[in-house]
Design a protein around this ligand. Structure first.
Ligand code: SF4
Ligand code: SF4
Length: 90
C-alpha cells in the first residue's frame, strides 16, 4: 500500500519534508529581477519579482525553502547565473 506524504491541495499547502537533496542559492548581486525563475518554478515558491512593477522598483528573487522541492528548474532558466544548486546538508 502506498501512503502519500503530501495532502491533496496546492504545492503551497504541502511543505517539503527532509527528502530534498539539493537546494537553490540565489545571488542577489547577479539577479537582474527578470522574473523568469518565478515564472517557471513548478511549486510557485519564488517571490520578490513583482512583474507589475518597473524593473528598478522590483526586489531580487528569493525562494521559500519550506516549499522548494529542489528540482533545479530555476537555476536552469536563469539567464544570468544568479541561482546555483547546492547539495543539502544531511
Ligand atoms: S531568473 Fe535569475 S535574474 Fe531573473 S529573477 Fe530569477 S534569479 Fe533573478
Ligand atoms: S528548485 Fe524548483 S521548486 Fe525550488 S525554487 Fe527552484 S524551481 Fe522552485
Amino acid at each position: 500500500m502506498i501512503i502519500p506524504h503530501a495532502k491533496v491541495g496546492s504545492s503551497l499547502k504541502n511543505k517539503t519534508g527532509g527528502w530534498r537533496s539539493q537546494k537553490p542559492i540565489f545571488n542577489p548581486e547577479l539577479c537582474k529581477k527578470c522574473g523568469l525563475c518565478q515564472l517557471h518554478c513548478p511549486e510557485n515558491c519564488i517571490s520578490g519579482v513583482e512583474m507589475d512593477k518597473k524593473v528598478e522598483e522590483r526586489s531580487v528573487a528569493k525562494t521559500d525553502y519550506d516549499f522548494c522541492k529542489g528540482c533545479g528548474i530555476c537555476a536552469k532558466v536563469c539567464p544570468f547565473g544568479a541561482i546555483k544548486m547546492v547539495e543539502e546538508e544531511k
